[in-house]
Design a protein around this ligand. Sequence first.
Ligand code: HEC
Length: 123
Amino acid sequence: MKLTFLTILLILHTLNLFAKEDNSYEKGKTIYYANGCANCHGTNAEGSNYYPSLANKEQKYLTNKINNFKKGIATTQKQEIMFTFVNALSKDDIQNLTKFLTHFTKEDSDKYDVEEDLLGVDY
Ligand code: HEC
């Protein structure tokens, strides 16, 4: 009886660990590199003199921007190019993507094999 109870506890604990595992950063990273975001916003999401940097901006700010683009809302004509790029993103994609951008670390992206993921991901 005691053993069964412990086994159940162990199983519950294991399930809980799985439920808590948060791989949104990794998923977001894949979305960022597989959807060509890096082509304009940079491999390190650092931007350029023409394209805005996205790294380490507030998650809420980025989410609002992307959601607005999805609705066809832009504050400048230049931003309208973004409509095409966010069209296919789901709510989860946006959550993962912004998580990645908000917690961006340069060391991480330097090791990232962009080409491999471009070919390996099904979209
Ligand atoms: C062809 C180039 C291009 C690609 C590809 C692209 N963007 Fe953009 N992005 C832009 C331009 C241009 C703007 C608007 C710049 C401005 O407001 O002056 C922008 C703006 C943004 C903004 C708002 C940033 C801010 O601070 O206002 C976000 C967020 C963003 N892009 C995310 C993404 C994501 C995520 C992807 C990939 C799914 C992506 N972009 C792909 C060109 C691009």
